[in-house]
Design a protein around this ligand. Structure first.
Ligand code: SIN
Length: 284
């Protein structure tokens, strides 16, 4: 029985953890409870936390070893920390994570999950939205289930490569590598993956990195992927977070999609981001 005060925020995904002070460190039982709560609710929200980067790294390690992300510049002297920053003067630019995705799904070992802590938030806008991919899989129409069950999907580092390079001025708020042919390499992952801790099956495709389905060309895959993406991001599978300074959020990257809403030109927004690994490729 968990000792945590857990308040679900929707009928499908996300829970607030109340009455916990993460700045003081977390002991053995509470650590296990937090891990179980994450697997159960997929996204956890903590408010009014006074934590520095060192503490955030320690909290991250409750869920798995720190993972360094490629293609994205970390903050100085902190290889495991990204500053997700948009300045008030950054107008009409792409934000980091601005479309539905599972983090770095094109890697052989995609991250198990991530944490964001809010340092500076806009007066309005700048929310983050997550969607539950276990529910997405469980409610998939039968014809789509027949396509994805037992099949791999192919993932490519599109924003960082050559073949799918975004057109036009793609000035982003976070410094990242663009135009690296190595990022065009195809990585095969099961389109339906089993969670390594719970065994629950989740749909594992996303519009940012999934290029096609195994055994099909990109053109053949496109209409099927469009239907999968539409279903995967249905509003009733999602929760939306309105940030306050001092919030800390952790999510399971294996069973969720997420994106940052880019609707706050003229305001500063700074979140620190850490990532944890499960040291294994996705499996079905
Ligand atoms: C991300 O990690 O994809 C960015 C999320 C956010 O800035 O809200």
């Amino acid at each position: 029985m968990s000792q945590l005060n857990i308040k679900p925020v929707t009928g499908n995904i996300g829970a607030e953890i109340e009455d916990i002070d993460l700045s003081a460190g977390v002991d053995g039982t509470a650590r296990d409870d937090l891990v179980q709560a994450l697997w159960a609710h997929q996204v956890l929200f903590f408010h009014d936390q006074e934590i520095d980067i060192e503490r955030q790294k320690q909290i991250t390690k409750i869920f798995g070893p720190l993972q360094r992300l490629p293609y994205v510049e970390p903050i100085s002297d902190e290889p495991f920390v990204i500053g997700v920053h948009k300045k008030a003067t950054d107008r009409k630019v792409a934000v980091f994570g601005g479309n539905w995705h599972s983090d770095f799904s094109f890697l052989e070992h995609p991250p198990a999950g991530s944490l964001l802590s809010a340092v500076e938030v806009p007066e309005v806008g700048g929310d983050t939205v997550w969607s539950n991919q276990i529910t997405a899989y469980e409610t998939l129409p039968d014809d789509l289930k027949a396509v994805v069950d037992g099949r791999d999907a192919i993932h490519v580092g599109k924003p960082h490569g050559v073949k799918f390079a975004p057109k036009g001025n793609q000035r982003s708020t976070v410094k990242m590598v663009r135009g690296d042919p190595e990022a065009d390499r195809e990585t095969f992952h099961p389109a339906v993956r089993a969670h390594p801790e719970t065994g629950r099956k989740a749909l594992f495709v996303n519009p940012v990195y999934t290029s096609r389905l195994d055994g099909m060309s990109e053109a053949e895959s496109a209409p099927i992927l469009d239907r999968l993406f539409w279903h995967a991001t249905r509003p009733e599978f999602s929760c939306r977070h309105r940030w306050r300074a001092g919030d800390l959020v952790v999510w399971d990257n294996r069973t969720t999609l997420h994106f940052a809403v880019n609707d706050y030109d003229g305001f500063d927004r700074l979140l620190y981001r850490t990532t944890f690994s499960d040291d294994q490729p996705p499996h079905s």
